[in-house]
Design a protein around this ligand. Sequence first.
Ligand SMILES: NC(=O)c1ccc[n+]([C@@H]2O[C@H](COP(=O)([O-])OP(=O)(O)OC[C@H]3O[C@@H](n4cnc5c(N)ncnc54)[C@H](O)[C@@H]3O)[C@@H](O)[C@H]2O)c1
Length: 328
Amino acid sequence: MSFDKPIGRIAVVGTGVIGASWAAHFLARGFDVVATDPAPNAETNLRTYVDEAWGALTALGLSPGADRQRLAFTTSMKDALAKADFVQENGPERPDFKIQLYADMDAATPADSLIASSSSTLTMSVIQSKCARPERCLIGHPFNPPHLIPLVEVVGGVKTSPAAVQQALAFYASIGKKPILLHKEMPGHVSNRLQTALYREVLYLVDQVVLSVADADDAVSWGPGLRWGLVGPSLQFHIGGGAGGIQHFIDQLVEPMAALFGQLGNPIITPELKRKLSEGVLAEAGNRSVKQLAQDENEKLVQLLRLRGQRGPGTGRGKERLSAAGAS
Ligand SMILES: NC(=O)c1ccc[n+]([C@@H]2O[C@H](COP(=O)([O-])OP(=O)(O)OC[C@H]3O[C@@H](n4cnc5c(N)ncnc54)[C@H](O)[C@@H]3O)[C@@H](O)[C@H]2O)c1
């Protein structure tokens, strides 16, 4: 089965934190979006979220035809999926729930349409296990909020067709996302593992009273984190290697760095460490509410994305990736 039909109509299943943001992104890229969620007030909450996100999406550049009026809502998942070309699922993160949900979605969605899950922790091999047509089911894991953070981690399960994976990569790239392909399923996919690796050491250093929570945040966000907002760590070491580039890093620096591996921490999450973390973060936040912090962060993210040229309907990198991968 090929999955290369044009995508015009998108279904968003589950419109909580992640689903609402995906819906806003798809609308801003000029699609018809039909959303479904059984929660009371789900439609009102979704429309409010989209309205609040629209300013940032407009600043980033709307695609032709982008219109909030193109959002439809139904509590009937069957109706939502009946004509969907692409489904982005964002339901509760429970394995039994997702397995049944996928069996139901699979039965209700046209056979040549893709079904992508935002799941952060489950593998598609598990989620698709009761589907009659599991070959079109894959993970398309975003970062919160998907309408601002471009990354999507794409990985199939044992029964996913490679053509479906390639088509999902191309589709996400065509709508301004930065999809990356994982060649193997991993618990936590990749970027959450990277975050966890760094955060393990933050917790260790705080636990060992090496520094405060706020100073650990500064050590990341005013240090290497500034660069990581522009360039990933490996390319950064190429730049840091000066004229010798990455080879200088490999010859001179990688082994001293590796010598530290054994000294990195593995903190035990005690009630005391939890208390330190909570008190440290609240002191750092001061009188700024979570909402204010999020607004401020999102405004700066929009500026950074614009600076990096990440805006509008996409870059066409999906096509490059497809030909690089040998797909037609
Ligand atoms: N929150 C994050 O930072 C984050 C980041 C990336 C991925 N994810 C993933 O996104 C998914 C959703 O997470 P969330 O944080 O948005 O959760 P959430 O609890 O905010 O939203 C889940 C939504 O699913 C709805 N729902 C329940 N049963 C449903 C059904 N039968 N059909 C359709 N919708 C149904 C709920 O009413 C709720 O609105 C999870 O798989 C999670 O792992 C979350």
